[in-house]
Design a protein around this ligand. Sequence first.
Ligand SMILES: Cc1cc2nc3c(=O)[nH]c(=O)nc-3n(C[C@H](O)[C@H](O)[C@H](O)COP(=O)(O)O)c2cc1C
Length: 188
Amino acid sequence: MAEFVVAITGASSAIHGKRLVEVLCELGHQVLLVVSDAGRLTLAHECDTTPEKLAEIKGVHLEDNSDIGARSASGSAKIDGVIICPCSGTTIGKIANGISDNLVTRSAVVAMKERRKLIIVPRESPYATVHLELMARLSGYGVVVLPASPGYYNHPKSMDELVDFIIARILDQLGLEHSIGKRWEGLN
Ligand SMILES: Cc1cc2nc3c(=O)[nH]c(=O)nc-3n(C[C@H](O)[C@H](O)[C@H](O)COP(=O)(O)O)c2cc1C
């Protein structure tokens, strides 16, 4: 089974980070969870939960965002991918400029240097030009920019289905087998 870093930063839609942690663990993977201060705030405000509660899920190991020496930051640790979900404009700005001043940004920059899979899930509307430019730069560095923008072609009936659309795309990018959501089978 694989081990992933899931970082939750302070963009709205903390529910994507929470659900991603749950699904990865349900699939039997290990999660190193890192939450920024603003991510802690949105987790509480939007999901009525805490990083510590998420860490009660079997397979989750919570690391402190200020602990720059933690495993998530290591180039030699065997980590199969890093997902920043959701990813704030602040964190985009830092990682696109090589700034690794906390465990979230350090694990992202390490993922880039080690050529690990790095997925960011930005959420903002509209986007500032600076963030569009920086996301284009990150994409050029091999980072997968996977916005929290679900498709509507499968006629979602609930917010859970909209959230799972994004989770399914993340799992696809990680190359993981799953049965989350419906796949498009063409118009009929
Ligand atoms: C309730 C709330 C919602 C926010 N939503 C967003 C958002 O959707 N996108 C974004 O980029 N920043 C959003 N922010 C701002 C970030 O939290 C802020 O830029 C912070 O510095 C991000 O820091 P971090 O990247 O270390 O988590 C929001 C802040 C709050 C309090």
